[in-house]
Ligand binder design. Sequence first.
Ligand SMILES: [Zn+2]
Length: 502
Amino acid sequence: MSSRPLSSLMLMVVSAGMAVAALVAGTPARATPDGPLRLERDVELDTRLTQRARYSLERMPLVDGQSRPRHVSASMDIAKGVITVRLDRSFLPADYGPAFEDQRSIINNGLIHEAEQFAPVNAVKYLYDGKDVDHYFPEIKAADDAAREAGERRRQGGGGAGMAFVAAGHGYFLSHRTNAWVTTRDEHHGVNEGLLTPLYAAELKGLVEARSHMPVVRPRVQDAGPIHEDSGFEWWTMAARYAIARQYPGETSIWNTYAGSTLWDREEREDINSRPMLANHLNADVAIHLHSNADDNGTARGARVITQPGRAVDHALGRSVLCSMKEAIQSQPGYESFVVAPAPHEENKGENREAKMPSIIVETAFHTHPDDARALLDPVFRTAAMKGVEKGYRLWAAGKACEPLVGERIARVSLPSGGAEDVEVAFKGNPEYPLRLVTVSAHCPPGWTCTEGTRTIASPDQPHAIRLSCGAEAVGTLTWNTHIVDADGVASAPVLHLVNCG
Ligand SMILES: [Zn+2]
């Protein structure tokens, strides 16, 4: 959160039933009365957001049919967490595709970073000459509606085939502009997104199979070595589209959705589509798309999840995944303060839009930030992040809330000298077994020997107890601290408890 002085803020407040906006200087913008407030605007924030949007729009490579917008403004409804960007329609491309969506993500990431120093953002909306993008591209809206409705029918009909779909983002595709095999993501700080995400997908597949007991399909080729003849690159580096075409040559509706097109990026478009189309074809229970994130000035950081606007189920899955990612990542030494978004950001993206099952895009960290890039390349971070994704999915699928591991009060016990007793260690949370119950001395009376101990609990069915005892001659009170450490290194805060001896 921001540390800038609140007294410098300008706050515009519109209350229900009051059409006139009052401009109030020096009012803290975070103070939201319980009353009839519906909208909060911060003039200074809006100015900054407009500047940030302009910065991105002046620099980004244009897509066919676009020209740079002459009019750019951005403003935020703080109460709703929605930023609205207003552009002229000259910024609309000739047709809607992943390059246009990527531009929007770059603008969004700059705006979200700017705004979230101040207040959380749920979504960034765009108006082109005052109209939503759906107005200009009704076929995208139709595809969005169709997949969402199919997903709702499917849920009522009993769900999927008992399998998870895990897709690593990007990989090489054939550009028909240069007739070269290219990847859309440049290397930053040693991270080439399309070549790194397969490591994340392999990690997540193993975890889902071991812990969620569910088979996992990955669309891209997994084994290193074999060469994709047309490109000369190894198969595992190729975009999903090519692996799917090889495996399902007859299913052109999955991987050849731009058949007959002359667009230069038609194979990249087909790649984006092929992932949700294959997940639909296989009737997967969930689709998880793994990416790393980017902005255009190297300042944004942290883990985020993107869900499709208007899909509450996917949003809940995304929230659970972020909550568990935070727990798993921040349990690792060196990552205690790694930023994980508290809630998904809504954005219209082809990978989620076409999926008929709950579908999320996990943007594990920003490869454009040096510290995040270092994390992305660290196997410890990778394992922790993917443990979080799996756990978030598993808890969500079981209808369980993600909650922090917290030890409950431990009973005070009184024992005769030489006596011993098992004392229950209860907790809240969803730890991974085996657990360790670690008891260390908090106060040991002078001259006593207080022996610290760890008990391992292999499964939830076992009693969760520690043994407390008093020495043969012991008379007095000693205090212990007991905390829980789970198999993933997630630890509860210590709980202080007393033993009276004698
Ligand atoms: Zn990506």
